[in-house]
Design a protein around this ligand. Sequence first.
Ligand code: NAG
Ligand code: NAG
Ligand code: NAG
Ligand code: NAG
Length: 796
Amino acid sequence: MEEHFAHNLHSFWSILLSLFFFFIYSTCSSEPDVHIVYLGHSAQHDHQLTSDLHQQLLLNVFKSEEEAAQSMIYSYTYGFSGFAAKLTSDQATTIARKEGVVSVFRSKILELHTTRSWDFMGLPLRETPDYDEAPQSPSSSTFGDDVIVGIFDSGIWPESASFQEEPGMGPIPGTWKGECISGQNFTPSTACNRKLIGARYYLTGLEQQLGPLDITPDTEYRSPRDRLGHGTHTASTAVGSIVHNASFFGLGLGTARGGAPRARLAVYKVCWNKTGDGTGKCSEADVLAAFDGALRDGVHIISASFGTSIAQLLPFFIWSADIGSFHAMQKGVTVVFSAGNYDYSPDPSTVKNVAPWSISVAASTIDRSFPTQMVFDNTVTILTVMGQSLITTQIDANLADASSHFYNGTCSRGRWNNRKAAGRVILCFSTMGLITSAEAADAVKKAGGSGLIFVEPLARQVPYVDVVPTVYVDIYQGTKILHYLGSSEWRPTVQITPTRSIVGKAPAPVVAYFSCKGPSALSPDILKPDLSAPGVNILAAWPPNTPPSQSSSDTRSVNWNFQSGTSMSCPHVTGTAALVKSVHPDWSPAAIRSALMTTASTRDTNSEHFLSGGSTKPSDPFDIGAGHLNPTKAIDPGLVYDMKASDYVVFLCNLGYTQEQIKMVVLPGTDITCPRVQTSNSNLNYPSITVSDLRTTVTIMRTVRNVGRNRNAVYFPRVISPSGVEVVIWPRSLVFSHYRDENTYYVTLNPRKRSEGRYDFGEIVWSDGFHTVRSPLTVCVNNTGDGAESMSYTNI
Ligand SMILES: *[C@@H]1O[C@H](CO)[C@@H](O)[C@H](O)[C@H]1NC(C)=O
Ligand SMILES: *[C@@H]1O[C@H](CO)[C@@H](O)[C@H](O)[C@H]1NC(C)=O
Ligand SMILES: *[C@@H]1O[C@H](CO)[C@@H](O)[C@H](O)[C@H]1NC(C)=O
Ligand SMILES: *[C@@H]1O[C@H](CO)[C@@H](O)[C@H](O)[C@H]1NC(C)=O
């Protein structure tokens, strides 16, 4: 009954794959460019032999061994087989046709999923994070001790209190094969310890692609040391040691700690301060080198808060993220990615890092806000307005309106009258989002202004650390202030009181306005993002010589900083995955992800369905996946939906990859029989259930394993049906007599309405009275067409 899926998928993918599988993702330029040649799993245990094979392949397109060796950038031989080399597109095409080559693609430049963009064409691509009480991790002091977490990011500030050894930390696990590499301002003997057990950096790919790193003005370190701050921040969120009295000038005061404070940290620096705009740049050639290194070193969890800035529409295996995480999964290593950020409200299908063998994390707010009081006085009346801010000192100044002092009525850089702005607090409207607060603050700073009141749409309202004190207000409040300014002859003064942080002000969480959304354009039958975690104003460790606002005119030095972005939510999931791994060392990446997803919550502090980005629209699975991370429950999920490499084989078969192609990427010994009839990928044993094109009755199968300690556990289902869809579950109960027993259940979905393809949402919850195992059920009924074979992926 599901064959129609197969047909559509098949025709679609066979067209795409015939174009793309042995595929050159390249421009037609004849200039050599960094290409990645991917050869699948690493067949040889002899790494020299694999390397020699790479040289041999290159010799097909170079005249001499010297030339071939010169073009070679990396040879990947541990986690998988492949290499990065400088090739013209002709050379790339020639190599792509050789036997044993899975794909050839141009190394793309990826971006960190945070940090604020200064020069982003006036478009607010805003991202910043914080945390302190964010992950409510269990207090057991041994949690995480044996787990090694690899952070792929902008490096580390090793002196931060977050990376000092916890008292009583045991010796470095014997399985660890990694190293602490020395480099500029980085001495292994002082930088590394039992907490920070490994540090490497990868730069060759980036320098080949974007030119040599300029470190003369002390803007980067040719070493694992962090210049951008992002890597220090994410590492401390994931696995930072417990540090008391952490705050940003007193704001967010509390105890900082990672989700798994006792886990070991291995740093792989792949993102660099290259363009000077505060956004880290990461080359895919370097990212794959980090995967290769981390899989050799023996990490258990990998966290990567970066990705493409565009939605992923091309097939799997021509992206570093897919390739690296696929081989990590086969080695039992969990890979956690950020879902990506966007200005304002992201469109559907903007979610990044969508491979079903990894985790993609959305961002939401935490239960904390930063009210800041402004009192305006024009000697006739007084106006009080509350905004949001991260201001740490009191300000008393005259108020000025940007439109009267800034050229052309905007606050953008270089367009103001310095004389009139000096010493004042400037009111700036950014209702169309044409300017970021970072740009406006920079302009105010340069004009000698003393503060900024930044007016923006309600949906955003995320205060950032700016180079001048900035209070964020919505349009209603902004208009009130503007009218007040115009209501009197007298120039008003404003007094801004330092921000207080308030915890417990409902409702939270709310989906962050910038968090990218599903469905996955690439495989819509797998729900992405997978889940959501705190990613707004997260307080975490920061290098003391990186300005907290990332503006070079900011002279403050801090050990903790606020940042927002899916970059910050990703390491919350990483830390929790490390906790789950330490309690259940034998669990597969799929089982760990299942535990994280099925215990996630969709309710906020008011027990209501949580909201999407400051609006009154309830969030749906495309915003938050299975829901909001719940670390305590994830350790004891009751049941898990597990998957093996052979399950992903079926997934790939269903997308139209042939057995021969799949054989190249999976480890020898994996069962690679494609089903005789292609089925829908809705049947992948994923912890969420998605049917992206429901035309007629369909039955989906799932298998769950008992991981609760109760013998004779009996689970009963509770169903919320998506609107217009009849849902029948069979059997009506699942009995597990032993730990690790498995049971299969079936969900029959029957469309009871006519619809042209609109998503509706429900859920399936299995419970034994102790555990609640919840899966979102996402269904798109599409039965008004003629039912003829047609592609369901019109957006590609
Ligand atoms: C906490 O930190 C602040 C500054 O960061 C410092 O002034 C204060 O003395 C610290 N308090 C304790 C108890 O360590
Ligand atoms: C990054 O590099 C630019 C110059 O390219 C520099 O102005 C900026 O200060 C650097 N960022 C940091 C945090 O050092
Ligand atoms: C004001 O800004 C708009 C939009 O950026 C631009 O088209 C226009 O030319 C500007 N006016 C002046 C006087 O610069
Ligand atoms: C619904 O089905 C029609 C063909 O019957 C197809 O063209 C369309 O893309 C489908 N819509 C969705 C959202 O899948």
